[in-house]
Ligand binder design. Sequence first.
Ligand SMILES: [Zn+2]
Length: 417
Amino acid sequence: MPTNPSHAIDLVTPVADGWRVPGIANLHSHAFQRAMAGMAERQSNPEDSFWTWRETMYRFAARFGPDSLHAVASQLYVEMLEAGYTSVCEFHYLHHAPDGTPYDDTAAMSRALVRAARETGIRMTLLPVLYISGGFDGRALNARQRRFGFDVDGYLRLFESLRGEVDDQVRVGCALHSLRAVPADAMQAVVAALPQVARIHIHIAEQIGEVQDCLAIRNARPVEWLFAHADVDPRWTLVHATHLTPEETRRIARSGATVALCPTTEANLGDGLFPLRAYLDAGGAWGIGSDSHISVSPVEELRWLEYGQRLASHHRNIAVREASPSVGETLLHDVAASRANASGFDDLDDHLVLDGGAPLFAGATRPDVLDRWIFSGNRNVVREVVVAGKRVVGGGRHVAREAIAGAYRAAMQRLLA
Ligand SMILES: [Zn+2]
């Protein structure tokens, strides 16, 4: 296990005209969804929910090929780096051509993402997704889901072919889409075949409907079922885990698994609120992700995480510990502490420099820098970003910002045509 800062103040180093802080790990991303951010905010039905949003998302997903995915992911990773994310866990399920036919290189879409990461300089944990069934009852994938599908053997061949991409900047792990998409025997076969270093991510308990279906068909709540059928340990990241009983909350915390919280997406989709205070009391590990990319900002994720808890509890300053009464420090400490287990990257000196000349830092001292950064204002104060010793953002701008934005606009024109 890597050594993590024991005191939050260790996260902040004063440097010339600024404050150096560790890079932020983004634990959950579906890159293609960046292209539809802000385009599903009109009511189509009084019952609009996650499930109607998903129909819009499927229609949009059907337009992507490797080139458009590369252009959109590149723009997204530029935005992530400028916002302070230095690594991304890419939960990738657009594997095949839109009609479900595999590309000549079955990993063509995966490689488009890896190429975008290498070109922009963000570290990537690529998590090719196993997606087999369209529901807890084991029904077949529908026409729109067919391009996501692999059987166990096909999936393991994809996984093997991607391991050749691993280097200082790229890791490859495994994503189980969700319990409804992965039958028990397939989950167990894939997990057993993975190398010990591979991280395992899964969407779980995001929606109340999903909890109800799981209860009805598998006779257990999703997290309860998962713990009964898999050895959940620190290699695992449970994405969302929104709807938990107190016992499930404690079990995840005890297992050493990480929970990937995506507060802006969870708010945008009307998912619900994670029981953060109880989870912190149980010593649970967690980090953040931008998921649907309705927002690409660690500041906004962390602020919303804390604000959701305040709104629900009618109290202030929820994410704190006895040794760390500052909310900003506690949040950033936990995000830094979960990075290695969730992403597979450890011992990094990737860092950001926050602009000490920004008015929001006027008179700042080391103990209050992080609270000011997370809770004050809306201007991005990330001035410089260094990943693997390379400066990829300077003066608040990614080194290839213009060229990548140009390619993105052209790709959007084709996608929306
Ligand atoms: Zn997701």
